[in-house]
Write a protein that binds this ligand. Structure first.
Ligand code: CP
Ligand code: NVA
Length: 305
């Protein structure tokens, strides 16, 4: 049976924790300059229907560092679901490549892609979730805190794809997750319910950033208008007033609180310059860890570790 990584919950709790350990090991190997090439002779197709910096660079570079070759297919190359049916391109790519990475709008498209592909598929963001990002985030938190005990993560902003992945993670490892968002910008209701029903973590969805931030170990934010929603930006600015992560929010958090942002950031909107450049900010370690955690996710779905 081939493995896919479309949601964090596609992995068991043990696999999630093992991924973090393996990521630290593979990161150390690469940093030491060791020649580690388990993907020698393999190729990965990367389908992008949305823009990207980190995702493209980290997947392409990571796969290359592990000995493989990545093929970039941009928004105008395949035009998945429009020029050609998802189920057709899934089977075509499976005849050429060993792994498929995809960043798509419609989450149903990645489910269909994985259903029809004969090779492992990894989700590099859909409108619904961004599992690789949140795996990199939790790795970064673990590295900086030294452990994941008694963790309070406070997300302030839009209840978007990032939040849905945090909620999925909360079903695999225990922590306190608070999402402070405007009333009409709550995360996916079924995903909130599944996270609450799982009973492993404490989940609060509320609307007051200052209260949410109290004693937080991690303050996290993301853009107020995601890719595909940029035309709503002006309207959203009105609703997200008061949801900016600034010095006041950081002061309400634990004195050692970390600041994370998946990036790209719109400085001056969801976060101030002072916070993103501040003492607790680990956004560039977080960006680097995309590559290290993805390397291991790829090795795992390919059955290499
Ligand atoms: N965080 C992230 O996925 O960045 P990109 O959109 O630049 O890939
Ligand atoms: N929520 C953002 C994340 C970007 C990495 C988006 O979907 O545009």
């Amino acid at each position: 049976m081939k493995r896919d990584f479309l949601h964090i919950t596609d992995f068991t709790s043990a696999e999630v924790l093992e991924t973090l350990e393996n990521a630290k090991e593979v990161k150390a190997k690469l940093k030491s300059g060791e020649n580690y090439t388990p993907f020698k002779g393999r190729s990965m197709a990367m389908i992008f229907t949305k823009p990207s910096a980190r995702t493209r660079i980290s997947f392409e570079t990571g796969f290359y560092r592990l000995g493989g070759h990545a093929v970039y297919l941009g928004p105008s190359d395949i035009d998945i679901g429009k020029r050609e049916a998802v189920k057709d391109i899934a089977r075509v790519i499976s005849r050429y490549n060993d792994i498929i990475m995809a960043r798509l709008f419609d989450h149903n498209h990645i489910l269909e892609l994985a259903d029809y592909a004969d090779v492992p598929v990894i989700n590099a963001l859909t409108d619904y979730n961004h599992p690789c990002q949140i795996m990199a985030d939790i790795l970064t938190i673990q590295e900086h805190r030294g452990h994941l005990e008694d963790l309070k993560v406070v997300y302030i902003g839009d209840g978007n794809n990032i939040v849905n992945s945090w909620l999925r993670l909360s079903q695999r490892i225990p922590f306190h997750f608070v999402c402070a968002c405007p009333e009409n910008y709550t995360p996916d209701a079924d995903t909130v319910k599944a996270a609450q029903d799982a009973g492993l973590s404490t989940i609060d969805i509320q609307h007051d950033p200052a209260i949410a931030a109290q004693k937080a170990d991690v303050i996290y934010t993301d853009v107020w208008a995601s890719m595909g929603q940029k035309h709503e930006k002006e309207d959203r600015l009105k609703h997200f007033k008061g949801f900016q992560v600034n010095e006041t929010i950081m002061a309400a958090a634990d004195e050692n609180a970390l600041f994370l942002h998946c990036l790209p950031a719109e400085r001056g909107l969801e976060v101030t310059d002072t916070v993103i450049e501040g003492r607790g900010s680990v956004v560039f370690d977080e960006a680097e860890n995309r590559m290290h955690v993805q390397n291991v996710l790829l090795l795992k779905i390919a059955g290499e570790i």
